[in-house]
Write a protein that binds this ligand. Structure first.
Ligand code: GUN
Ligand code: ZN
Length: 495
């Protein structure tokens, strides 16, 4: 089996990759605009100019309509849509989840997708909704797994094949589903049936579903978050290891008069100003868009521009190693995204195993920065440090002298580390002067840990009241000498 996915750069559990399809290479993360084969709000041939590299459409809809089916079978899918780059096709599964029934079998729809020249095909999985009974989730998952294996045995070459991970909101079933599919070497693994979670702002549970699915998959396979099209949550999903998204949102929101931004959605009627510099927003005022006969198209175009702008920002952040700073920023725009951010960090043990050991300067951007994988990694490795003799720990910048055997720096949220590491990642972190309660707690906890691991050393701890007044400070070992200084005292020259 040739490698179809190559990972080029990584940050947190996110990555930049190259996915090779019959109609060309796609750089991920990326979004596949959904093309409705009946009406194209924005024509498929224009999609490249927005930054789209790959499209997605629905093979079931094409197969049900004579005019579409005949052209697709005769001239191919790419001619039907007027796009010669990669195209993924969904099966009738989404219709199945909405209408409860479809007039097609798994075998028929796989065969059809191959015949029309799809680049990435999808079997007829069952998108089991959140919150169904365990029995239903299990029995539907078994049918899904059977159909996926059947599809795999039908597709040997040419078309890439997606293996959707199901299991509803049962996280063990999500992981089991992913583990069962892995030996069958699907080319792309979509995480399915998450649309109801996103529609209901259940982003924290979405995080759990993604992590459970990812844990069951090999870390080197491409993952598609099925039905995710709002740019507000792309950074979060990419940081958890999702590589592909599909957006019907750009067109559906536009039909509803909604204007997408990376921090949420406005109704165009509520906008007096346009907070965007895309060609649509530069050429029109909010009033003009409200009155335009092609209002839906203008909104769809703006929505697509912001969608791909966010993808580019995410890729740039991965290259710079500051994706988690971007995630932090994006998750401040809605309380349920704040919840999702906290949930992401509840999985830090897993993220830490994938996060690169060195990147650009760590920026403290909020209380959750203390939960980042770098901090956990350092806390886990404290045992490697050997601290002996007279030791100075300072919360202020210090220079070495003869007075102490070892000099350590205290810097929240990292904690206490040898000053020799000060210029090294992540100890060179940029942090604000006033630190949140949680971050101070994290730093004091690992300082206490360091002190108790090296109980024979004689510690002197110089800090100001913002450190000494923290409740955790009372847990320092009793033999530590504490010197409290105002942060403005010119003491460091004395050292
Ligand atoms: N579109 C949105 N969710 C799903 C899913 O779970 N399966 C398929 N095939 N399509 C989807
Ligand atoms: Zn715009």
């Amino acid at each position: 089996m040739p490698t179809v996915f190559e990972i080029l750069h990584k940050d947190a559990a996110g990555r930049i990759g190259k996915l090779t399809t019959p109609h060309g290479v796609v750089e991920t993360p990326t979004v596949m605009p959904v093309i409705n084969p009946n009406i194209q709000t924005i024509p498929a041939h224009e999609m490249r100019s927005f930054g789209a590299q790959i499209l997605i459409t629905n093979s079931y809809i094409i197969s049900r309509k004579d005019e579409l089916r005949e052209v697709a079978l005769k001239d191919g899918l790419h001619a039907l849509l007027g796009f010669n780059g990669p195209i993924m096709t969904d099966s009738g599964s989404f219709q199945l989840s909405v209408y409860g029934d479809v007039e097609v079998t798994n075998e028929q729809i796989i065969d059809f997708q191959q015949k029309i020249g799809t680049d990435i095909g999808v079997p007829l999985d069952i998108p089991t909704a959140p919150d169904v009974s365990r029995d239903q989730a299990e029995s539907e998952l078994e049918i899904t797994l059977e159909r996926l294996k059947e599809a795999r045995s039908m597709v040997k070459e040419g078309m890439l094949l997606a293996g959707p991970v199901q299991g509803s909101t049962y996280y063990d079933l999500r992981q089991y589903s992913a583990e069962e599919l892995t030996p069958h070497n699907f080319d792309v693994y979509p995480i399915g049936a998450v649309v109801p979670l996103m529609e209901n702002y259940r982003y924290a549970e979405l995080v759990d579903v993604i992590v459970a699915s990812k844990k069951g998959l090999s870390p080197v396979v491409p993952v598609h978050l099925f039905g995710a099209g709002h740019p507000m949550m792309f950074a979060l999903a990419v940081a958890l290891g999702c590589d592909l998204f599909d957006s019907a949102a750009y067109a559906l929101y536009a039909k509803d008069g909604r204007y997408i931004t990376t921090s949420g959605t406005y109704h165009i009627e509520d906008l007096s100003y346009l907070p965007c510099c895309c060609p649509v927003c530069l050429e029109h005022t909010a009033e003009e868009i409200k009155k335009a006969p092609n209002k839906v198209e203008l909104l769809a175009r703006h929505n697509l521009y912001v969608t791909f702008q966010e993808i580019n920002l995410i890729k740039q952040s991965i290259r710079e190693g500051n994706l988690l700073e971007l995630v932090d920023m994006r998750c401040r725009s809605h309380p349920s995204m704040v919840e999702a951010l906290k949930r992401l960090y509840s999985h830090v043990d897993w993220i830490e195993t994938l996060d690169p050991a060195s990147k650009s300067t760590f920026f403290y951007t909020g209380p959750e920065s203390g939960l980042r994988p770098e901090i956990k990694r350092y806390s886990d490795r404290l045992g490697r440090l050997e601290i002996k003799g007279k030791v100075l720990i300072s919360a202020f910048p210090i220079r070495k002298s003869e007075e102490y055997d070892q000099y350590l720096r205290f810097k929240p949220p990292i904690g206490t580390y040898p000053i020799e590491l000060s210029e090294v990642y992540p100890f060179n972190a940029e942090v604000p002067e006033s630190i949140d309660y949680e971050a101070m707690d994290k730093a004091l906890l690992n300082t206490i840990d360091l002190m108790s691991r090296n109980a024979d050393a004689q510690f002197t701890f110089i800090c100001d009241e913002s450190v000494a007044n923290h409740p955790r400070f009372t847990e320092l070992p009793e033999n530590v000498e504490v010197i409290i200084r105002g942060s403005s005292d010119a003491f460091s020259s004395q050292l």
